[in-house]
Design a protein. Structure first.
Length: 130
């Protein structure tokens, strides 16, 4: 992933956990988590979130659906903004990033699911809510 001045100037909205929770209740967002596969601190995810570590995003982004609005998260908002800029520069409908990441989401007691972080071929196409 290369960056230049144009990339740096891309604006990314930061959504507080309360804002994201409200959006999740209203629409079927695509939640993209960009933490590394070997992230050991915590393996909690927002329910239905799809994992694609930032290091794989440039080669796998075409698997992400363009017909759903996207919110990007990571553990502490260190990588999600770069991922958002990358996808925005490729015309993906990115709503923004989770402000404070999953660490803040959990600290404010929003629901999570525990699961092993895995990345499989075709795994970036998340099922829609029923």
């Amino acid at each position: 992933m290369t960056t230049n001045q144009e990339f740096q100037n891309i604006k990314v909205a930061k959504l507080a956990p309360r804002e994201l929770d409200t959006l999740l209740q209203k629409e079927d967002l695509y939640i993209l988590d960009v933490r590394p596969l070997d992230f050991k601190r915590d393996t909690s995810f927002i329910a239905g979130a799809v994992l694609c570590p930032l290091v794989y995003l440039a080669e796998r982004y075409s698997e992400i659906p363009k017909d759903r609005r996207i919110v990007i998260t990571d553990w502490a908002m260190k990588q999600s903004t770069s991922a958002a800029k990358f996808l925005i520069s490729r015309d993906y409908p990115v709503v923004g990033v989770l402000k404070g990441g999953l660490e803040r989401w959990k600290s404010e007691n929003y629901p999570v699911e525990e699961r092993s972080p895995t990345l499989e071929v075709g795994s970036l196409t998340a099922p829609r809510k029923q």
